[in-house]
Design a protein around this ligand. Structure first.
Ligand code: NAD
Length: 485
């Protein structure tokens, strides 16, 4: 394992590093060896108030929210993208240390951060309203104004990437920000703070208050002076955040929540191609991925051949030290997550499913929260492992006969984040994609998130969209001005 440079671990408010008012700290651990990495300043409600004041002041009185041109804002955002790119290796090393994801995945995450911030930097001076001709006496115009101070709360599975997905559109729209990263993975967001300063963001535009959900997250959700909240995490927490927004100032929410995504393999799909692709995406990020295709529906005519080839490929994946580039899976993020995933594996066995591959923990010198890639067969749709989000490397293989049947079963979930379709028949793919209740449908590819393409959930997988032009809209207020002339 390489020596990783740790960032400043205080709160970041008004472009300054400050201790939390209470002086409390929380610990962040290395999931590979279970050792303490460092202690991080733990924010509380009073720290949130302080950060919100800084963000409000930057929005109402600072250059960012008042005199700065949209072109200049765009230039600063693009500078941030360049700095993230220049610091790619350090950010990736830090992400692997804190989260346990393979260094190869961590580098891919940082590349994606750069693409996303760059994409949104380009948008900053292209946000425009409309002129609406009414009559010879009236003309209306619409103005798209930054919504104000926004809170960004993110999960631990893609710590810096999820933050960048939200930072990009919020900054392009001209908002100011109070962010909170997950208490399990605070380090890369802390590292970003110095890059914000170096890029030239005025004080108060970006503030980071780390801490726990029940305190910092709750204070942000209920805050009367936050104009919008954008959240990525579990459906249970999303509900709490929406409740906080509803019970305070009715701030709008964007919620990116959980999933139990189906991946459908029709009889004409090219099995070897599908399996080769699946080997790359299915257990990547240790399957701690909201759009992880946890339910594989395989047509009965190809089921056995598919399973044999898939098993052979998955056996080639290596679990181990995430800094070793040849390893595909590192440890899960935490002991809680490790216990939870192992608990689901036991539940699958006790409910009568067959653990076809994996299903065991894996440790290095008796340490680390590793789980082998696991495949279950003989699974029925009502089993817990087929219904609940496991958020770990456990996939179930299900057989289907007809198109109508598979659509019904694929949609038989409270979630609706993503889905995959594999077939050479494009009209079948289009018809099925029309009927799947999911925010992202990938045909003959999977988990292919792109800066220009909206990402978000149907049903209990969320509200609103990250990425693309759609994300920017959610950080803007539309004002209609009607002029009599
Ligand atoms: P989580 O909901 O436990 O925590 C997410 C964030 O919310 C953390 O920063 C946490 O501190 C904070 N939080 C916790 N309680 C809070 C409260 N009461 N008020 C405000 N904030 C609170 O989720 P997690 O375990 O970190 O992440 C895993 C979940 O995230 C999975 O369900 C996964 O599907 C989902 N996720 C969704 C997407 C998406 O884009 N749809 C992406 C990644 C992860």
């Amino acid at each position: 394992m390489s020596k990783v440079q740790l960032p400043n671990t205080k709160l970041f408010i008004n472009n300054e590093w400050v201790e939390s008012i209470s002086g409390k700290k929380f610990k962040t651990f290395n999931p590979t060896n279970e050792e303490l990495i460092c202690e991080v300043s733990e924010g509380d409600k009073e720290d949130v108030d302080k950060a919100v004041k800084a963000a409000r002041n930057a929005f109402e009185n600072g250059p960012w929210g008042t005199t700065m041109s949209s072109e200049e804002r765009g230039r600063i955002i693009l500078k941030l993208a360049n700095l993230i790119e220049n610091h790619k290796e350090k950010l990736a090393q830090l992400e692997t240390l804190d989260n346990g994801k393979s260094i190869v995945s961590a580098r891919e995450d940082i590349d994606f951060c750069v693409r996303v911030i760059r994409y949104f930097g380009g948008w900053a001076d292209k946000i425009q309203g409309k002129t609406i001709p009414i009559s010879s006496e009236f003309t209306s115009i619409t103005k798209h104004e930054a919504i104000g101070v926004v809170a960004l709360i993110v999960a631990w599975n893609y710590p810096v990437m999820l933050l960048c997905w939200k930072l990009g559109p919020a900054l392009a729209a001209g908002c100011t920000i109070v962010a909170k990263s997950s208490e399990f993975t605070p380090l890369t967001a802390l590292y970003l703070c110095e890059l914000f300063k170096e890029a030239g963001f005025p004080p108060g535009v970006f503030n980071l208050v780390n801490g726990f959900g029940a305190t910092v997250g709750n204070a942000l959700s209920y805050h009367m002076d936050i104009d919008k909240i954008s959240f990525t995490g579990s459906t249970i927490t999303g509900r709490k955040i929406m409740e906080g927004a509803a019970k305070s100032n009715l701030k709008p929410v964007t919620l990116e929540l959980g999933g139990k995504s189906p991946n459908i393999f029709f009889s004409d799909c090219q099995i070897d191609h599908c399996v080769e692709a699946a080997k790359d995406y299915v257990f990547s990020n240790n399957s701690q991925n909201c759009c992880f295709s946890s339910r594989f529906f395989v047509h009965e005519s190809i089921h056995d051949a598919f399973l044999a080839l898939f098993t052979e490929k998955i056996k080639q994946l290596k679990v181990g030290d995430p800094y070793e580039e040849s390893n595909n899976l590192g440890p899960l993020v935490s002991k809680q997550q490790h216990d939870r995933v192992l608990g689901y594996i036991e539940k699958g066995k006790s409910e009568g499913a067959t653990c076809h591959l994996g299903g065991v923990k894996h440790q290095i010198d008796g340490k680390g929260y590793f789980v082998q890639p696991t495949i279950f067969t003989n699974v029925t749709d009502d089993m817990t492992i087929c219904k609940e989000e496991i958020f770990g490397p456990v996939v179930v293989i299900l057989k289907f006969k007809t198109v109508d049947e598979v659509i019904k079963r694929a949609n038989n979930t409270t979630y609706g984040l993503a889905a995959g379709i594999w077939t050479k028949d494009i009209s079948l793919a289009l018809n099925v994609s029309n009927k799947l209740k999911a925010g992202s449908v990938w045909v003959n590819n999977y988990d292919n998130c792109l800066p220009q393409v909206p990402f978000g959930g149907f049903k209990q997988s969320g509200i609103g969209r990250d990425l693309s032009e759609y994300a920017i809209q959610s950080y803007l207020s539309v004002k209609a001005v009607t002029i009599a002339h």
